[in-house]
Design a binder for this molecule. Sequence first.
Ligand SMILES: [Zn+2]
Length: 84
Amino acid sequence: MPIFDYKCRSCSHQFEKMVRGSEIALCPSCNLSDLEKLLSVPGISTQKSRQHSFGIAQQAAKAVKKEQNHAQREYERNYIKDHS
Ligand SMILES: [Zn+2]
């Protein structure tokens, strides 16, 4: 279902609304249908960049974990060497 951004021409209220079929969106603030459909959808781009930085954070966490595993193996190897 498409979500559109609207700006009310009578009270300048901006809002997002899911519009089904031929349903007419009404301004939730003044209840008029004198709306301007906005083409930019800022919600999607912010979500995308949020997912993007989340992906980077995950990769960084993975890299740290790899590093820790490596250090752990190195430690065990040295320990065995020293104690055998
Ligand atoms: Zn309005």
